[in-house]
Design a protein. Sequence first.
Length: 290
Amino acid sequence: MSNKAKEHPLSLLVAATAMCAGLYAVGSYLTAYIPSPWGVGQFRPAVIIPVFFAVIFGPFTAGIGAALGTFIADSLKHGYPYPGSYLAAVWGNLIGFYLFGWFVKNKFSWRRFVTASNITLTLANAIVAFLYVFLFLVAFSQNPTYVAWPLDVQIFFSIGLTIYWFVTMLPFVLLVTPLLIRAVAKAMPSIVPEDVRLHSLKEELPKTTFALAFLIPGLIMLIVSLAMSYTDFGSYVYTYFKEPATTVIRLMFCFSGAVLSALGMLVFAGQMIFWKKANLEKEEIKAEHI
């Protein structure tokens, strides 16, 4: 059995890229007016769309589709070709989803899917955040608020945006996208690479890997929330971010950490139940053949 992913014809890849861009633009625009606690940046569960296309159609389709989709959504929201998009968001989406597709292409496994999700979401969001703050807000638009901040505050702000996007995207990617991929694999197996079709969510995905993908960032979020409440780190944040923003930021870390940690524990418990059930079924089958 070959693990090499099925090569799609060029015409299908072009159509898939256009579909990825269109769906991502629509999905992103639907939540474009839900801001982050930092006042800039948006809630974007539509990230599941380019992740799905990366698994099914590969890195070029996902990277180009995501770059075009985010530019269309941002431009529609602002009413003109938005510089913050083509200076920052386009590049983070292009690089991040291309790398995700490359990471799982020809070597797909659900373990690699989880690892790629954590690595590429962190990298892509960091690229967008730092380019948006330093290239767009400071250098291009020369927004006086952000220009006046010391360098360490600008860096902290960029990291805060990265964290917000990561913790709001990861649950959708890990919980929704695998189900979508399995559904399409059953409904349209001819377009799904063989190695994706043959990997079982129940049997192949390590329960500890999947659970830790939620637990680790969740615990980090909780630690940051506690640090903001009970250490000098909170005083540092409150110097540059005033109420009610500071309370919202602290609650964001606390709520996100609690949700991700709870999801990690639920995933671990749920997979334990599935594994026990699968083992019982195997034992029953063996018993029938004795």
